[in-house]
Design a protein around this ligand. Sequence first.
Ligand code: 1GP
Length: 239
Amino acid sequence: MIYDSFLQTRKQLALLIDPDKHTDESLRSISQSAENEKVDYIFVGGSLVSTSTEHSVSIIKEIYSGPVILFPGNACQVAGNADAILFLSLISGRNAEFLIGNHVVSAPIIKQSNLEAIPTGYMLIDCGGATSVEYMSNTRPIPYNKPDIAVATALAGELLGLKALYLEGGSGANTIVNPITIAQIKKHCSIPLIVGGGIRTIDTLKQVYDAGADIAVIGTIIEKDPTLLAAMKAVTNNY
Ligand code: 1GP
């Protein structure tokens, strides 16, 4: 089970690939970098994806030997050739479509596939600037300086039986999630904590790990500078 690897005590690094930002050629290239650096996971998805997720996953899996996990923005991004899916419930919001509606649409398809579903509480935190996920999900993020609300939300997710939490300001966020919020959630919850959004430097990656993230997710910066992947994996390995 891929979920078992989420429970490891060592820090882990996931690379987020948004299929819409790639040609087949650039997808091969970034997958090769992930393979070379032994990145722990590739997450595939985006708020709005207009290319075939299945096609993108098949290219990635030709090259990358680690787990390929769907991180879907909606039910259209379910692709049975991936290894697992973060079955996301947007628990920071109050939009029923992203709490249960898309799940009802996609559950029969997931059940018929070999995808491992990992029930994950997705929490959007305001990190400055309007993000695609905020607009597309029609939800409001939790305020940056309200760790108490974030902790209560995370606890509710854990008590509901979710198996992981994914905390972020959205792809391309101006800043990382408040490290105080990450630390507070880590202190109060025992399920694996995935943190992404706005990690662009070694320093911010370290801040996220030091605060308590188990898995850090990087996307935008690697699209811009793939050479940073090696340095970020080296930092991860040193924890
Ligand atoms: C987005 O957490 C991921 O969901 C990655 O964010 O693109 O800002 O690195 P970035």
